[in-house]
Ligand binder design. Structure first.
Ligand SMILES: *Cc1c(COP(=O)(O)O)cnc(C)c1O
Length: 224
């Protein structure tokens, strides 16, 4: 099932779009099924889940952290993540930089933007992000690399609205590229689209899509 889902989704994606298999709440056995089908890029949204999985699973897996990240959790995930997709403040970015330095590495980061109608979603506004990218404190960070942007659309069945929100993310990417990352080849990712809206995200220019239940089935939120 998992292998077929991955093949089916990949067969619909343009070559330049990569699939992040969102494995949160799913056991290592399911991740290994995806791995054996060739999947190497996985997304997790909780530090306490990512760390044991990263320690026990094959080392050629790339882990993207996609959930809201508290600064006090950065130290746990810093050795394992290949990208933190959910950067939403300078404070968080400074802590990622500090922990990346301690690990002797550079951590790729995406800037998350708030484009949905729900206030519950996290992310920068364009103004806040511009201020950050212009400030000296940001420019001093040496152990992070900003590789693109991330966004989530509203929970909605209204395709027009979702299209508008993903288009906004893509426009923010282009604007930041022009203003701040013009000669920076590494600033290239637009992460948007989940199980229910990734086809729209791909049409709007996504380079990374984050699909969980469409691969692993509906998540069981067990009372642990
Ligand atoms: C859980 C999650 C996903 C995947 O959601 P599905 O609807 O299961 O595909 C994608 N992005 C983020 C940030 C998530 O937390």
């Amino acid at each position: 099932m998992i292998a077929e889902n991955i093949k089916r989704i990949n067969s619909t994606l343009p070559a330049e779009v990569r699939l992040v298999a969102v494995s949160k709440f799913n056991p290592v056995e399911s991740i290994m099924e995806a791995y054996n089908a060739g999947q190497r890029l996985f997304g997790e949204s909780h530090a306490q889940e990512l760390v044991p999985k990263a320690e026990s699973l094959p080392k050629d897996i790339q882990w993207h952290f996609i959930g809201h990240l508290q600064t006090n959790k950065v130290k746990y995930i810093a050795p394992y993540v290949s990208c933190i997709e959910s950067v939403d403040s300078l404070k968080l970015l400074k802590e990622i930089d500090r922990q990346a330095f301690r690990c002797g590495r550079v951590i790729n980061c995406l800037l998350q933007f708030h484009v949905a109608v729900e206030d519950t979603k996290y992310g920068f506004s364009v103004g806040e992000c511009r201020d950050m990218l212009s400030c000296d404190e940001f420019k001093a960070l040496k152990n992070i690399s900003i590789t693109g942007v991330m966004g989530m659309a509203s929970v909605s069945n209204d395709e027009t609205q979702i299209t508008r929100e993903f288009t906004e993310v893509a426009n923010i990417f282009s604007m930041l590229k022009n203003e701040f990352f013009n000669r920076n080849e590494t600033f290239k990712e637009i992460s948007m689209g989940m199980t229910h809206d990734y086809p729209i995200a791909v049409k709007c220019g996504a380079t990374l899509i984050r699909v969980g239940s469409g691969i692993f089935g509906e998540r069981m939120y067990l009372n642990k």
